[in-house]
Write a protein that binds this ligand. Sequence first.
Ligand SMILES: [Zn+2]
Length: 297
Amino acid sequence: MAAYTSTHNVCLVYDDVVCESNPTRLLKLYYQATFMKDLLSLKRFQFTFCLCNRDDYVIDWELTWFTLNFSLVYDASFRAHYASRHYTFKFKLFLDELPLLEKLKITRPDLYIDLLTCRLCHDRKEDLIHLILCTKCHTGIHQILQTYQNHLFSKLREAEKLADMDPTPMLRKLSSLSCWTISSSNWSSYALIQGCLPKAFIDLFVDLSIPRQSAMKVVAAIYNNFVQKLRTRIWNSRTYDKCKWKNVMNFTLKLKTTLRPSNLPATSYVPFSSLPPLTHLVTSRDSGTDWIKNSMI
Ligand SMILES: [Zn+2]
């Protein structure tokens, strides 16, 4: 790295902070920071600001991006075709772009009327939060979340054996994290499922002298296993039920692929309506120069 940066004889300093001696890297970092700012300013990511002051759930963005880009190894039993479906599902889950009814009502209000509720419980409007909280999915999600936790437990035990330490405090710390309890007011469980992963997972391994890079691989593999189960056990069965309903309603592919009529009325649905107001948090980050400065430190 020293040899790489020493080829540039400039050193950019902003407000006494040495930014980067390599202008190419500096520009790359700057654009990454602005893209990140744009992403987090989307309404669907405002829940992340609710997690900032939590002791037990601080999002580790490096781990989050690493896990999103992490590919499952495929072989004869897990073909490339399934791997690509898995990858697509994982990104749609992260970006809250799964074709849930509340999304479809926005894109095709001519086909999905505003009154439509979740096809499983027939009780609530179906968005990502509801998919996690739906009474018909709750047991299944709880089970796969338990498996997620068990996988982390077993990997921590292995690391503790290597480090020759008592595993009890680490395991207690992991199981006490708020993210394992799903509820409508618990944004850490939402973040965990959606893919914004916590720093605490990595810290537990690093405390046991496991290198950060190895810990990220372990956590990424465990999260990807969870997503695979979420897709096959929860999402696919939900989609199967929805398809049965669509057949009853005579929804054909031809109908779905026809052009959306223009001048459709706007939907009354307000996404993330249960989120607390975040104006004070958002305005405190409005200063562009502070953001750029902070992202460089
Ligand atoms: Zn439901």
